[in-house]
Design a protein around this ligand. Structure first.
Ligand code: 6PG
Length: 631
């Protein structure tokens, strides 16, 4: 057994630690033994230690804990004021934590009475200011005699079985991968999957059995036992399908949870449902985090981008764990941030997916045009994409598309055997309805949803292609002459997709007063997620709430230089029989937004002509409404 007793100086942790060690028959270590001489000198001179000073000290204790773990255990006492310090000491999920807390005046009194100790009593306040509420373990109030505190600690160690730090519900691809990621990063996890006779039996146990390297996992298919296995306040991550299944799971969980417990929804739920659920749990004193997770199976297992929103207090309960399992950005910072209140975490994941749809569709359009218009082989298209991916156009989706264009099955391209009907689970369409609700132009990303819809009508497409004798036309010009334009057009289409998505997010954030931080949101999207790219790194560095994304550094030049190329490519594609819904909507959207004198005067005149809807005049700045008798 490894026991760590923590608390600010003067709480009596050394006394309790020594008593515990004696009673448990374990060696006793005190943090003071591990301070380098420089730290002791600094503290004796009345200077508080910096985080940097603490690193070698914490590391020395962590090393000792690893050693002690191999030989039966130990009791260590250490102030461990912050969760980051406690994390460094968390060398094993089986560590038992006892955190001493108490009234400041009582601690002061005890400290003042102490002789020959290098810590000055005046430093108590700086320690109290640094102290963070622990994420795990037993909070023990120091009022009482050392013997009483010893009894309480022994009672805790004996009666509270070693509870797991986190529970994951749903052992589908994402749930299983996230659970294993947590276990690998030193978080003990209870795995739960429902029991459905003949269909889902022993699912969680199978995950545990297939991963024997993780001794910090336990499997359940009884919800009550799963809940009982968790440390309090409990932290439960649901990884189950969005919609009614989430509400049904909450119906089953809420009656067996307690105040201050946390439930996280890591699926792709609709953000308005999540807002309702945040409220539902708040009413019963529990925390709810609607949390976007991006990165697919591999991301979830090795490092996803994580977008938690909702209850900030709940986020604090898992911030450390989420930081451990997430991807890291180029500076090594975790790709996770507290997004904002309500359903904002799921909202930004929804828009992330909408941009993902747009990016996927542009690559599909280009692949088709290059193969069947320019007559490229799949290998040639792959090589073009791979070449673009070496420069600033780099993106995960470009990379995987270059890759899948090379994938052969029985010597033939697998891609050509895949039925051309795209699936969708909702996030793209929800983004579109949200854009309509907020009056935000959304045509380029809307077209990516529509294109999936049209693709689904396979039988009708096949019939119509005969009726209307549709065929792709070969492009006569050389690919070489078009390639620079295609690259510029692709680059601009991507910029437009991102601008559309970011504009929707900003509008909704402002309307709902969420105060979303888009530099931070784009930063957590620079790695781990599906739309990670060089462009996202640019957005993260240059995004500003005060100017349109089109005008930001490195983007404005491409909007200017790529405009003609995108228009020409769309023109070429359309006249050669290729549907290019996202690219053509993109250039329309851009031209519409940069046209000073639009055709809307005609619409206003028509409205007034047939319905007396009135219009305003360019030659009257007062904004007055006019009506004309047109006939
Ligand atoms: C991700 C993905 C992931 C999933 C979407 C796409 O960020 O990891 O977006 O969430 O691929 O659910 O779903 P559909 O294409 O099926 O709508």
């Amino acid at each position: 057994m490894l026991v760590i007793v923590t608390g600010v100086s003067g709480t009596g942790k050394s006394t309790l630690g020594a008593l515990l060690a004696e009673r448990l028959g374990l060696p006793f270590f005190d943090a003071d033994q591990f301070h380098p001489a420089a730290n002791v000198a600094k503290m004796s001179a009345g200077h508080p230690l910096t985080d940097e000073d603490r690193i070698p000290w914490l590391q020395a204790m962590a090393d000792q804990l690893v050693e002690s773990g191999k030989s039966g255990g130990a009791v260590l006492t250490c102030s461990a004021l912050k969760n980051s310090y406690r994390k460094m000491l968390s060398v094993s999920p089986s560590i038992r934590w006892i955190h001493l807390t108490g009234d400041r005046d009582l601690i002061w009194e005890r400290m003042s009475a102490r002789q020959n100790h290098f810590m000055k009593a005046g430093m108590l306040d700086s320690q109290i200011a640094l102290w963070e509420k622990p994420l795990t373990g037993y909070l023990l109030d120091i009022t009482g005699t050392p013997e009483q505190l010893l009894d309480a600690s022994l009672h805790y160690l004996k009666t509270q079985p070693m509870n797991m730090q986190m529970g994951v519900i749903g052992m589908g691809v994402m749930g299983k991968s996230l659970a294993l990621n947590l276990a690998e990063k030193g978080v003990s996890v209870s795995l739960y999957n429902r029991y459905v006779a003949g269909k889902e039996e022993g699912v969680a146990q199978k995950v545990v059995d297939e991963n024997p390297e993780f001794s910090n996992t336990a499997a359940f298919e009884d919800l009550q036992k799963f809940v009982d296995s968790l440390e309090k306040p409990r932290r439960i991550l649901m990884m189950i399908p969005a919609g009614a299944a989430i509400d049904a799971q909450l119906d089953a969980l809420i009656p067996i949870l307690e105040k201050d417990d946390l439930v996280i929804d890591g699926g792709n739920s609709f953000y308005k449902d999540s807002e309702r659920r945040v409220e539902r749990l708040r009413e019963v004193g529990m925390h709810f985090l609607p949390m976007g997770v991006s990165g697919g199976e591999e991301g979830a297992r090795k490092g996803p981008s994580i977008m938690p929103g909702g209850n900030a207090e709940g986020y604090a309960m898992v911030e450390d764990f989420l930081g451990r399992i997430s991807a890291k950005d180029k500076d090594g910072k975790p790709c996770v941030t507290y997004v904002g209140p309500g359903g904002s975490g799921h909202f930004i994941k929804m828009v992330h997916n909408s941009i993902e749809y747009g990016e996927m569709q542009v690559l599909a359009e280009l692949t088709h045009l290059l193969r069947f218009g320019f007559g490229c082989t799949a290998e040639q298209v792959s090589a073009i994409f791979a070449d673009w991916g070496k420069g600033e156009l780099k993106s995960f989706l470009l990379e995987i598309t270059a890759d899948l264009l090379l994938f052969k099955e029985d010597g033939a391209l697998l891609l050509d055997k895949i039925l051309d009907q795209a699936g969708q689970k909702g996030t793209g369409a929800w983004s579109l309805t949200t854009a309509l609700e907020y009056g935000i132009p959304y045509s380029p990303l809307a077209e990516s949803v529509n294109a999936r819809g049209v693709s689904g009508e396979k039988a009708m497409r096949v019939a119509f292609s005969k009726t209307f004798q549709h065929e792709f036309q070969k492009v006569e010009d050389s690919l070489e002459s078009w390639l620079p334009k295609i690259k510029a057009a692709y680059s601009l289409a991507r910029i437009i997709n991102h601008e559309v998505g970011f504009r929707l997010m900003k509008t909704v954030s402002d309307t709902k007063d969420w105060k979303l931080n888009f530099n931070e949101i784009s930063r957590i999207w620079t790695n781990g997620c599906i739309i990670r790219s060089g462009l996202m790194e640019n957005i993260s560095a240059n995004y500003s709430d005060s100017v349109s994304f089109f005008e930001t550094a490195g983007v404005k030049e491409q909007v200017i230089s790529g405009r003609k190329a995108l228009a020409e490519l769309v023109g070429l594609g359309l006249t050669h029989g290729f549907a290019l819904p996202v690219m053509s909507a993109g250039i329309n959207y851009l031209l519409g937004r940069i046209t000073a004198e639009s055709s809307a005067s005609v619409i206003q005149a028509q409205r007034d002509y047939f319905g007396a809807h009135t219009y305003q005049r360019k030659d009257d700045a007062s904004g007055k409404f006019y009506h004309t008798n047109w006939i």
